[in-house]
Design a protein around this ligand. Structure first.
Ligand SMILES: *Cc1c(COP(=O)(O)O)cnc(C)c1O
Length: 396
């Protein structure tokens, strides 16, 4: 006989890692409301509302704008496996974990991934992309990570869409750590397939992957010669589930997650996209000013740093694992460590959605100062907080 399992009482956490981010109580309340059947007319209205809100946040008019059942990686996989047929060439920017994941999926879908590899933290230069487009022959798609969560690099997208169009390639963009945190202008930038995840800047639990396809991309999906090898992520079937007036059963939508996303999107729209982007910028600037006084240098290329994911190098002599362990065990604060080649060398501090708040920046910096002080890693306690408060005071 196993022992009875006690009621679930998770410890309170200040989530300042690479996701999940803090969830607004309104979102948690929405999740605890009663279930509707997934083909109930009332639920269909909710799906329509979610689609309309997603179009606003993606800054697109794409009719095909949905939430894929699954986390951000399901959005990535759905975008790629539906566009790629065996033998297709896809140029993939690889400057961190998520570009590498895209290239892996391209290969699994029978495509040929032509990787543009640059050091982690750098962006993919549009000139290098153009060279690759010239050399690769017929290219089905270009896949880039807009916000590389493993390094904090913020890929500029404005020039990429027109460039892809000149070479007849579709543009796929990973906006998992950018959507609702920094501008993602799907239509203005000419992105053909853009996906995100709910647990980053949307401040919703993990479980859905917002996805939008341009009419051009949708035509490619509908005109495939071969079936998508994934039944679950076959967007031509899922399209009939989300299409107004059709709603043909494909799989059961995760009802409570759709409720959650609806509320999270309502909160985003209430705040306003521009105000939200400004908030993310302000809090990141203050955090980075404070971290600089502790000797933490940014990992990502200057001028191309995400405010949503602040990746900094661990100063020499500092035990990075002890810092993360102490933050979590003694203060209930989560930050992220490095992945792959950056393991043990960087911290990844997420200021996404509800986690991007003045009070969280202040809490984290003063806690870090305390831990650094205890170990004799800093002499001048208070400098980080002062620098952050100064950054807030001078922010416009
Ligand atoms: C988190 C993340 C993903 C994967 O999302 P999961 O929800 O973990 O499946 C993909 N791309 C980027 C850039 C991410 O940050």
């Amino acid at each position: 006989m196993s022992k009875p399992v006690s009621e679930l009482v998770p410890s309170p956490r200040l989530l300042l890692g690479p996701g999940p981010s803090l969830v607004h109580p309104r979102v948690l309340r929405a999740m605890s409301t009663p279930l509707l059947g997934h083909l109930d007319p009332e639920f269909l209205t909710i799906m329509n509302e979610v689609q309309a809100l997603l179009r606003t946040v993606f800054q697109t008019d794409n009719p095909f704008t949905i939430a894929v059942s699954g986390t951000g990686s399901a959005g990535m996989e759905a975008a790629l496996v539906n566009l790629i047929e065996p033998g297709d060439t896809v140029i993939v920017g690889v400057n961190g974990v998520f570009g590498a994941r895209m290239a892996d999926i391209v290969g699994r879908a029978g495509g040929k991934a032509v990787k543009i590899e640059v050091p982690w933290g750098q962006i993919i230069d549009p000139h290098r992309l153009e060279d690759a487009l010239k050399q690769a022959g017929s290219v089905k798609a270009v896949a880039l990570v807009h916000a590389e969560t493993s390094t904090g690099a913020h890929q500029p997208m404005e020039e990429i869409g027109p460039l892809c169009r000149r070479y007849g390639a579709l543009l796929v963009a990973d906006a998992v750590t950018s959507l609702a945190g920094v501008p993602v202008r799907v239509d203005a930038w000419g992105i053909d397939a853009c996906y995100s995840g709910t647990q980053k800047c949307l401040s919703c639990p993990p479980g859905l992957a917002p996805l939008t396809l341009s009419p051009r991309a949708l035509a490619v999906v509908k005109g495939r010669k071969t079936k998508v090898q994934s039944w679950y992520l076959d967007l031509s079937m899922i399209a009939d589930y989300w299409a107004e007036g059709k709603r043909a059963y494909h799989h059961t939508a995760p009802i409570s997650m759709i409720y959650a996303l609806r509320e999270a999107l309502r909160i985003v729209v209430e705040e306003g996209l521009e105000a939200r982007f400004d908030r993310h910028d302000r809090n990141s600037a203050a955090l980075m000013a404070g971290l600089a006084t502790l000797g933490c240098e940014p990992q990502a290329q200057a001028g191309h740093r995400l405010p949503t994911l602040n990746c900094v190098r661990v100063p020499a002599g500092v035990d990075e694992a002890i810092v993360r362990k102490t933050l979590l065990a003694e203060f209930g604060i989560e930050i992220g460590g490095g992945l792959g080649p950056l393991a043990g060398r960087v911290w990844r501090i997420g200021l996404m959605g509800e986690s991007s708040r003045h009070e969280h920046v202040v809490t984290l910096l003063s806690t870090l100062e305390q831990i650094f002080g205890q170990h004799g890693w800093t002499k001048q306690s208070g400098a980080a907080l002062t620098a952050a408060l100064q950054a807030y005071a001078t922010a416009t």
